[in-house]
Write a protein that binds this ligand. Structure first.
Ligand SMILES: C[S@@+](CC[C@H](N)C(=O)[O-])C[C@H]1O[C@@H](n2cnc3c(N)ncnc32)[C@H](O)[C@@H]1O
Length: 267
């Protein structure tokens, strides 16, 4: 079954993903990286995390970011050019069948990808196949059901409910975080270092940014088109959810947190 990526690649989505850094998205992996390592970043999106990882493994290292669609790859190549990185490659590849020989990379990484796949266990097996013995598979995924915020609102509660239903209708797992260890075991990965970390939005600037991105994504991304097509929301309800995000984003007491699970598997 083909993976349906619920967020799509609208500018509002890529702008949100393009703000990510290795420090805020892959801190659990950074202590394991060494200069000269070869690293594959699966589902690299607009590539800002990938490019940070490339800086960490240095000019003697080699980093490849892959995506199963072209849109984000173009953004990733532009980000690389803006940073003067001529070494990192961005290629089209599907995690279902990676076009690399077995044991090609020291580290195979995926950030916020397994939650979107119909077969996350198969993806982990394929990631492990292209990792060298002694190498690492590193994955990090949010757990949507762990999202908490203040002040509460009907609109944002509806957003979370519809998002989780949509993901499930696409045969994906929105609460991926809690499943990562089980998926790794099912993929035959035995030596695991699990951890967890939070993303929090608590200052006025952070809340304005996070709420603002979701106010736009609710109206403009494929979240909107899929919710309409599935009959989960009307246009009026989408507008109401977007307005709820806007209201939250400027509330002086606004606060939001979500748990991410992380697993490093020693291959
Ligand atoms: C939430 S984004 C994360 C992007 C990036 N890793 C980051 O954290 O900024 C998930 C990405 O996985 C990609 N993706 C989904 N299914 C895929 C597949 N079967 N193979 C490769 N990439 C896939 C999507 O196109 C999307 O860009």
């Amino acid at each position: 079954m083909a993976d349906v990526y619920v967020h799509g690649h609208h500018a509002s989505v890529l702008a949100s993903h393009g703000a990510r850094t290795a420090a805020d998205s892959a801190a659990y992996l950074l202590p394991h990286l060494r200069e000269g390592m070869q690293l594959l970043d699966v589902g690299c999106g607009p590539g800002t995390v990938t490019l940070d990882l490339a800086e960490t493994v240095g000019p003697s290292g080699e980093v490849v970011g892959v995506e199963n669609v072209d849109g984000p790859l173009e953004h990733a190549r532009r980000h690389a050019a803006a940073r003067g990185d001529e070494r990192t490659r961005f290629e089209r590849a599907d995690v279902v069948e990676l076009p690399y020989a077995a044991a090609s990379f020291d580290v195979v990484h995926a950030h916020q990808v397994l939650q979107h796949l119909t077969d996350p266990v198969g993806a982990l097996r394929e990631m492990a196949r292209v990792a060298r013995p002694g190498g690492l598979v590193a994955v990090r995924d949010v757990d949507y059901a762990s999202m908490v915020w203040h002040p509460g609102s009907e609109g944002m509660t509806r957003w979370l409910d519809v998002y989780r239903r949509l993901a499930r209708l696409n045969h994906a797992q929105p609460d991926a975080g809690r499943h990562l260890v089980a998926w790794a075991h099912a993929a035959g990965l035995a030596r695991l270092t699990p951890s967890a970390s939070l993303w929090t939005y608590a200052t006025p600037e952070q809340c304005a940014w996070w709420g603002g991105t979701w106010a736009r994504r609710t109206l403009e991304s494929t979240f909107a088109t899929q919710a309409l097509a599935r009959g989960l929301l009307t246009s009026e309800e989408l507008a109401g959810i977007s307005a709820a995000w806007d209201t939250w984003s400027t509330h002086p007491d606004a606060w939001f947190a979500m748990t991410h699970a992380e697993v490093i598997a020693h291959v």
